[in-house]
Design a protein around this ligand. Structure first.
Ligand code: 5RP
Length: 254
């Protein structure tokens, strides 16, 4: 019956969420245990659902194990600031802590050359700023984020933060330069545009998945378009990515 089909599809979704969450948790805990040491004084905290497990593990180390007594956490979004506060971890900022020892964040897609797509949660600009201040950037993700080439997994495109007055010209410039389609990100009910923590709009550029792009060049060129504030392409930033796999193991990619 219709009710049985709906119940089964709901249960499948729940099973999938439980599997993904355990992969995220495993990746996050492994990365924290390997990278966050007593030498980590300033830790940059990324954004998104995987980072929740990062902060949980850091808080366990601080509050249960009595470790990391000198740690300061620098957030990359309103969400990560709240997470730090909720776990009662010491909150810092780039004004006082502009040298970040380690930055841990999630990603929407990671290719075999460690080019990342980020910004699914809309926090790409502050994330890139904090990541750029870090000695080491570590990515934590579930197995669905791993790709040989960008576009295999992330059909929603590359997020780009733009000034609200510039989204139409920026859209046309990107499409003329590189093809595909750049769309304004709107609320689910289409009531209006999503506004970032910085008060700007977001575009999602669905590039041509079959085309060969030089992502470093694409990132530089799009960043130079007036009105573009940041792209969700992170090139040459991440040192390692920890993927939590479906079989309960962790795969580390350099
Ligand atoms: C937010 C981000 C997130 O790190 C990215 O979207 C991954 O999120 P999640 O861990 O929820 O899959 O870039 O701007």
């Amino acid at each position: 019956t219709q009710a049985t089909i709906l119940t089964r599809s709901f249960c499948d979704k729940m099973d999938n969420k439980i599997l993904l969450d355990s992969a995220k948790r495993l990746a996050a805990r492994t990365a924290v245990d390997q990278w966050v040491t007593e030498d980590t004084k300033v830790l940059g905290i990324g954004s998104g659902s995987t980072v929740v497990f990062v902060v949980e593990r850091v808080a366990e180390r601080v509050w249960k194990d009595g470790a990391l007594s000198e740690l300061i956490c620098v957030p990359s979004s309103f969400q990560s600031r709240q997470l730090i506060l909720d776990h009662n971890l010491p909150l810092g900022d780039l004004d006082r802590n502009y040298k970040v020892d380690l930055y841990i964040d999630g990603a929407d897609e990671v290719d075999s050359s460690m080019v990342l797509i980020k910004g699914g949660g809309g926090c790409l600009m502050q994330e890139k700023i904090v990541a750029s201040c870090a000695k080491t950037v570590i990515i934590v993700a579930d197995y669905t984020k791993q790709s040989l080439r960008l576009g295999e997994q992330w059909c929603k495109g590359i997020p780009i933060e733009v000034s609200s007055m510039a989204y139409v010209p920026v859209k046309h410039k990107i499409e003329e330069l590189y093809g595909g389609e750049a769309q304004l990100r709107t609320a689910l009910n289409k009531a209006g545009p999503i506004v970032t923590d910085n008060g700007n709009f977001l575009m999602d550029w669905r590039f041509v998945a079959q085309r060969e792009y030089d992502w470093d060049e694409v990132n530089r060129t799009i960043s130079m378009i007036p009105g573009v504030l940041e792209t969700g392409l992170f090139v040459n930033m991440a040192a390692k990515c920890y993927f939590g796999m479906a079989n309960g193991t962790v795969k580390v990619q350099n």
